[in-house]
Design a protein around this ligand. Structure first.
Ligand code: PHE
Length: 338
């Protein structure tokens, strides 16, 4: 029996050296230590050994079993190390890492997120529409006649087929009302395009946040309350807000909204920040015509709409002197808005 054990031992040691993967190692383990493995068979034979030889035989058996067990776990570890170093391409994973600089939200996104969160709490939901629009959605349905200056080739980017890059997000007012009857309470952030000369306060591609609320009995007081609340949530609770009469073809009455700005060391002044007004009944008529019903009956429902320029909000909030900084993506600028 001792001879047998010695043979098993030396077979095992040379076999294990040949093993190249975890499957091979498992097969080996079964062949030696498994239920029908060589060690198991030998130990079953212990009962036939004369009593006086048993201690020596038992000791030898344990030694060989122990040696094989240790060899298996050493081999397993060696195989794992080999796999690890292959996977990491010999990179020293214990070296300290190179930190990845963390980015942050663009100031326009930050202000948009804040405005959207406030308006959602007031019951507005998000709507959207295409940036390439029909003249009808951008102008006609918004009560803007063909001779209006905004429709001029020098103000608006037209495509050859007559479509255009929307000049404002008010197009989404029309699209929202076309697709759902009142009551409706939506906000639509998005890009707008105008043929403006680019300078420190103008871009030809900028961002607006449109709002529309139509229901029974919506009044100017609702408009004022909503916008004052929104603007104060952005600029501070005590910010003075003023509604100055203005003209937009699609709202009547219409207003521009100013907020009073206190710049350090400078005289406070009113700054224009948004356009708004009560939805013009002619807009409802255009929507009804497109819908083929009279869901937006100006005798039953009324509404308000507003449009904010997001770049302008950001410039005022953070005192950014040049609008172009917002599109240049200069990291020295963006880093200031963690
Ligand atoms: N669309 C207008 C603009 O771009 C703003 C506005 C929106 C005015 C909604 C009134 C109502 O200047």
């Amino acid at each position: 029996m001792l001879k047998e054990l010695e043979a098993i031992h030396s077979d095992a040691i040379s076999a294990i050296a040949e093993i190249a993967d975890a499957d091979g190692l498992e097969t080996f383990r079964i062949a030696y230590l498994g239920r029908k493995g060589r060690i198991t068979v030998v130990s079953a034979g212990m009962k036939d050994i004369p009593k006086e030889d048993k201690p020596a035989a038992g000791k030898a058996l344990n030694q060989v079993r122990g040696a094989i067990t240790t060899a298996i776990s050493e081999k397993a570890e060696a195989l794992q190390n080999e796999a690890d170093s292959k996977a990491s391409g010999n990179i020293d994973v214990t070296l300290p890492g190179q930190p990845t600089p963390r980015g942050s939200r663009h100031p326009i996104s930050q202000i948009l997120d804040q405005a959207v969160a406030t308006l959602r709490r007031m019951g507005f939901s998000l709507a959207s529409g295409p940036e390439i629009e029909t003249e009808w959605h951008c102008f006609d349905a918004l009560n803007t006649p063909p001779d209006h200056p905004a429709r001029n080739e020098s103000d608006t980017f037209y495509f050859q087929d007559g479509r255009l890059l929307r000049t404002h997000t008010s197009t989404v007012q029309i699209r929202s009302m076309e697709s759902s009857p009142p009551p409706i309470r939506v906000i639509a952030p998005g890009a707008a395009f105008r043929r403006d000369e680019i300078d420190s306060t103008h871009l030809s591609n900028f961002n607006q946040l449109e709002g529309l609320y139509v229901d029974e009995g919506v009044s100017l007081a609702d408009l004022k309350g909503t916008l004052e609340y929104l603007l104060r949530s952005i600029f501070g609770e005590k910010t003075p807000v003023r509604f100055r009469p203005h003209f937009f073809p699609f709202t009547e009455p219409s207003f521009e909204i100013d907020i009073m700005l206190e710049a350090r060391g400078k005289k406070s002044k009113w700054i224009e920040i948004a356009g708004c007004g009560m939805v013009d009944p002619d807009v409802f008529s255009a929507v009804n015509k497109a819908r083929g019903d009279s869901a937006y009956d100006a005798d039953q429902v009324s509404g308000f709409a507003f449009g904010l320029g997001l770049e302008r909000l950001a410039m005022i909030l953070w005192g950014i002197a040049d609008i172009r900084l917002l599109i240049e993506n200069d990291i020295r600028f963006l880093r200031q808005f963690p």
